[in-house]
Structure formats: structure tokens, C-alpha cells
Design a protein around this ligand. Sequence first.
Ligand SMILES: Cc1cc2nc3c(=O)[nH]c(=O)nc-3n(C[C@H](O)[C@H](O)[C@H](O)COP(=O)(O)OP(=O)(O)OC[C@H]3O[C@@H](n4cnc5c(N)ncnc54)[C@H](O)[C@@H]3O)c2cc1C
Length: 460
Amino acid sequence: MSPLSRRRRLFLKAGAMAAAAGLLAGRTTPASASASTVTWKNWSDSAQCTARALVAPADEAAIAALLRASGGAVRCVGAGHSFTPLVPTGGTILSLDRLAGLQSHDKAAMSATLHGGTRLSQVSRQLDGAGLALRNLPDIDMQSLAGAISTATHGTGAALPALHADVIAMRIVSPQGDVIDWQQERHADQMAAARVSLGSLGIITRATMRVVAAHNLRRKVWLKPVEEMLQLAPELARTHRHFEFYYLPFTGYAAAITHDAYAGSDIQMPASQDEDMLRDLRQLRDWLGKFPQLRRWSAARLIDADLTEHATNRSFRLLSNVRPTRFNETECHVPREAGIACVRDVIRTLERRNEVFFPLEFRFVKADDAWLSPFYQRDSCSIAVHAAHGEAYDYLTSEIGPVFRKHGGRPHWGKLHNFSSAELAALYPRWKDFQALRQQMDPHGRMLNPHLRALFGVPA
Ligand SMILES: Cc1cc2nc3c(=O)[nH]c(=O)nc-3n(C[C@H](O)[C@H](O)[C@H](O)COP(=O)(O)OP(=O)(O)OC[C@H]3O[C@@H](n4cnc5c(N)ncnc54)[C@H](O)[C@@H]3O)c2cc1C
């Protein structure tokens, strides 16, 4: 999502609106365990399983030994922050929580090697300590590095690609327990496949990332009527390093957020009021959901349209945020030129449902060359729609999915979707090449689970 990250309180009734907020960070630890099995679930409760074991080996040798010793199904877990059932297995869940941290960095080459289990928050803090930073970040930094790159996790920026595009080398423990090193110059095809591989080629234990010098950013947040925002969005994306907007359903308003290079060193970081804003939007829905006209009328009077927020800080402290309130989410990446038409259609479709209140997020992502990257050879706009945790979310796929399809969308691998294997094959020019390499790496399909078998068209 992430909606609410960078927005300020938009309504005037400070503190008056009460609502329940879920509080739970993602976990890779088991939800419960018995002597012989362990139950696991993801951050949003949309995916769960009973696995034979959840193991967290201490080093690569232990991972290799585990894969050599057993023949059963193995699925890797990072932070469990994918909404799709990528992790669930009846076999073994393998966590890299103990293989975390910055391994080395090279300031001359502007690269850094990190263990696969490193959470993005730790990646940023350790790189910052070395005077370095990732080029871009997603809305939160709870994810593991390997999990994030494996699903093509991205931030926003018309000229900035997703995280995996900056991976220049990788170490993978194969399903047979062999330790393999791939580098961009010598293994171009393998790298193009492994950058976004949904945990299907092996266990990523290290990734070498292209990095930039540590830097400060300046954030600006402001509101606009949604029609004006849709007109301005392409220009804002062209003229700002990072631009995105959030549409606030049933209000007629959108919040623009820009982040640009900031040469100064003073830190200005107002406390986030995102949770207040979300509570207000929910409260308005609870009170007036059955009367959409009245809801819009009230929102237009409650919103402080002149509100502007400024912040300056280290890039990673501004780009990623925390999300205490849980939700479920779908996201598709459409060709850049289809972005505005698609989001108009999405808003129209979404507002047929009076229960909707979570902001919709619209971002820009640059093209790259990973075979299963949703940004494969096309600059894209990303449109994300959320439903509150505990509320129905089927419509994210059944009603918003067809709108995404109409505009040529490729789904985020970690966010809810129901694209079939045949649809995906048609959307990805190197689909067959990926499947051939996957089959070669894992001939017995031990890295697959039911979700991946369905996506890849591999019978059980
Ligand atoms: C609150 C929230 C905000 C989000 N914001 C964004 C956002 O701004 N942008 C965006 O693009 N996405 C976003 N996402 C989605 C999230 O970034 C992805 O789903 C990401 O994959 C989650 O990382 P993880 O470490 O939790 O991986 P998991 O969900 O645990 O796993 C994801 C995949 O990676 C594989 N994997 C994990 N570790 C390894 C390994 N060591 N080797 C091989 N395969 C591995 C798993 O098998 C699985 O297939 C968000 C999700 C949430 C819940």
C-alpha cells in the first residue's frame, strides 16, 4: 500500500472520531506449533497453512544441508508481507531471519552485498552508516530484501525502477543444495530470471545491490480535487524525483506527495497523522456510507483543502513508513500511457461500493528487464486498491481485476489477483524462458506450492 503513509490529518475534528485499529506487524514466526506441525499466516491473514516445520538455518551450509537431506516441498518466507499465498506449504517453511545484515560494501563500485533475510529497515540503516542508500524504497520497510526483490517490490518515481533492477549479483542455494553465484556480466539470463522469481528457483542467501550515496529528501504533501490531480499527475511525475497520489474515496479529493533531493541538513519531521486520517475516513463511511451524496457533501466541508505538509530527512526515513492498521490489497501495473484512464475506471468501479473508505494509491515505476518483472520493458503506472482488514475483499479481484485487465495490467506478484496461467503467459514475453530455467533448476518442483503451480501451469 500504502496509503496513508505520508498524508496528514485531513479532517478538522481532531481526535473526535473513534475507530478500531489493528495492531500487528508481519511475522515469520509461527502462529502456533504442535510437536509435529506448525501453523503460519501472513501479515493480512489472507494466507495461512499448516506446515511440517518452520526452520531458520544459521548459515548457507545449514540451508544446503537441509535441502540435500530432505526431498519434500520447501517454501521460503521473508517477512510474510505478501497478500498472495506464495508461502503456504504442507512441507517446510524456510526463514532467513538469521541470515541478515550488510556483508560488505564497495564505495568505488557503489555496490553493497547483503544477506537475503535482511529487513529493508536494516538494509537502509546499515547502508546509511556506510554513507550509502538504496535508490528507492517501497511504502514500508518491514520486508526482507530477498522477499521484496522476489515479488518485484517497488516505490514510486517515473525514472526509478523497482528494487530488483538494482540487483547485480546473487547467491542462490539450489533445490538440490548447491551454492550458486550469479553475476550480471557473466550470467545475464540467469540474473534476468532470478531477480523476480517468487522463491521458485532456490533460496536467495545474498544479493549485491547497486547503491547511491546517502542523501536527504524534501517531502511535500498537498490536496487537490481529484480531476485536477488526474490532469497534473503526468507533469508532476516528470518534474519530481518521486511523485504519487492517493485518492480519498467519496471525498472528491486526492493527496499529492513529492520527494525531491534536498541539499540542506536540517531535519523537519512532523509526526504522522495518517492513522487519524484513516480513522476519519472510516468514521465518515460508518456514519454516511448508505448516503453517498451526503457523504461527499460532508467530506467536501470537513476536508481542509489548504493543508500542506513539509518534511526533510534522510531518504529512507521519508520514503518508508509504518502501517499499524492492517488491510488487504490488490495492485496492477499498467502501461504508463494507460495509467490515468485506468485509474478513472478504477475509481468509478470502486465507488459503486459504499463500504469503501481506504485511499487508492497511484505510483510511477520505470521499466526493467527481469523476465517476470511486471515492469518488463515498459514504463508503468501502479494502481493499488485496499480493503480494511476484517472486511470483505473479494471485490478487489472480481470487480477491480477486470478493469486492470482492460488496460493491460500485470498484477503485483505479492498482492491479491486472480490472473490465470494462460493470461500471465500472454502478458510476459519471456514467460516460457523463465519456465524452462525453473524446470531445469527444480525438475521435481519441490520449490512450488499450490499457488505457484496454478500460476505457472504445473500440474500437482
Ligand atoms: C503493509 C504493506 C505495504 C506494502 N507496500 C508495498 C509497496 O510499497 N510496494 C510494493 O511493491 N509492495 C508492497 N508490499 C508488498 C510486499 O513488498 C511484497 O509482497 C514483498 O514480497 C514482501 O516481502 P516479504 O519479505 O514479506 O516476503 P514474503 O511475503 O515472505 O515472500 C515473498 C516471496 O519471496 C520469496 N522469498 C522470500 N525470501 C526468499 C529467499 N531468501 N529466497 C528466495 N525466495 C524468497 C517467498 O518464497 C515468496 O515467494 C506491501 C505489503 C504490505 C503488507
